[in-house]
Design a protein around this ligand. Structure first.
Ligand code: RIB
Ligand code: CA
Length: 306
């Protein structure tokens, strides 16, 4: 069976790093392109981190830089969670600069999508600025996109605001444009991300597996997405897990909108589970995950890395 072509849009980011590793070493996914966007840290740093990761993994996937700022709101990063550089805690090799394309991420995505012999899956695990720009500039790409499987949003509480999740809240207008794009969307938000935990015993096991596991262990010691002692949240790996092991998830098809003007709720995803808004469903929302099975899946996936 041919590998599923995907484009990962990312902001490494400690949890991004493990999601990218799992995708790169999966026998089922063909990572055609990795695009970067300002999010966890600046565009420069997330791009350098991506190039460092590809050098570390020994994978020559093309990389294209995307948006340095959100469409409208002021950019606020998450360096408090991932450290100043975005991947503090491990001494990576130099960034593999030769993998960095001259093209802007949006142009590179358009080229890869339109050249692909089979529909491409977009896997945004960061702010949705690049994806929104892609659809605004090149709507024709929708003819060759299979679906969008994102990490983002929340049907309940937030991790950036009271009700807002970081990837959505960092660029709410972009997120609204993506949820309105008309393509099949899978939203793996905090409802599953908060339960996709790596426990201390898992970290100790992973550390001994291979160099990726050792790298992960060192990053986990610095990562503030949860705590090393009670469980680290592998938010972005949920999007990859959905692609590779959808049976881990409970999914509800419903309408998702993005609140843009709430004085206390701007940037939250409004997941209309009971149809109060009388709008057609536009997304499959991952509402639950089997945490134990996720842990086993995650460790098995890391064991396949180098
Ligand atoms: O809310 C979690 C998301 O924000 C993850 O993608 C994490 O990497 C950060 O970007
Ligand atoms: Ca991310």
């Amino acid at each position: 069976m041919s590998k599923r072509p995907i484009i990962i849009d990312t902001d490494p980011g400690i949890d991004d790093a493990l999601a990218i590793a799992i995708a790169l070493f999966s026998e089922e996914l063909d990572v055609k392109l990795i695009t970067t966007v300002a999010g966890n840290v600046s565009l420069e740093n997330v791009t350098l981190n991506t190039l460092r990761l590809l050098h570390f993994f020994g994978k020559d996937v093309p990389v294209a830089k995307g948006a340095a700022e959100p469409l409208i709101v002021e950019f606020v990063d998450a360096s408090n969670v991932h450290g100043k550089t975005g991947m503090e805690g491990y001494d990576f090799p130099e960034p593999k600069q030769e993998l960095l394309l001259e093209e802007h991420a949006v142009n590179a995505m358009r080229r890869v999508i339109m050249e692909s012999p089979e529909p491409v899956t977009l896997v945004p695990i960061a702010t949705l600025t690049n994806i929104a720009l892609l659809f605004a500039m090149y709507p024709e790409v929708k003819t060759n996109i299979r679906e969008i499987v994102m990490m983002g949003g929340s049907a309940t509480r937030g991790n950036k605001g009271v009700m807002s999740e970081f990837n959505i809240a960092t660029d709410p207008e972009a997120a609204q444009m993506v949820f309105q794009c008309g393509l099949p969307i899978v939203m793996a938000g905090l409802d599953v991300g908060l339960k996709a935990l790596v426990l201390p015993e898992d970290s100790e096991e992973i550390k001994k597996m291979n160099k990726t596991g050792d790298m992960a262990y060192h990053l986990f010691k610095r990562y503030r997405g949860g705590s090393f002692g009670t469980g680290l949240k592998m938010y972005d790996s949920c999007a990859i897990a959905y692609l590779l092991c959808p049976e881990l998830f409970e999914v509800v098809e419903t309408y998702v909108g993005v609140e843009l003007h709430g004085t206390m709720t701007a940037g939250c995803t409004v997941v209309d589970l009971r149809g109060y808004l009388h709008k057609e469903p536009n997304a499959k929302v991952c509402m639950d995950i089997d945490g134990e099975k996720f842990r086993a899946w995650f460790k098995e996936a890391i064991s396949k890395c180098n």
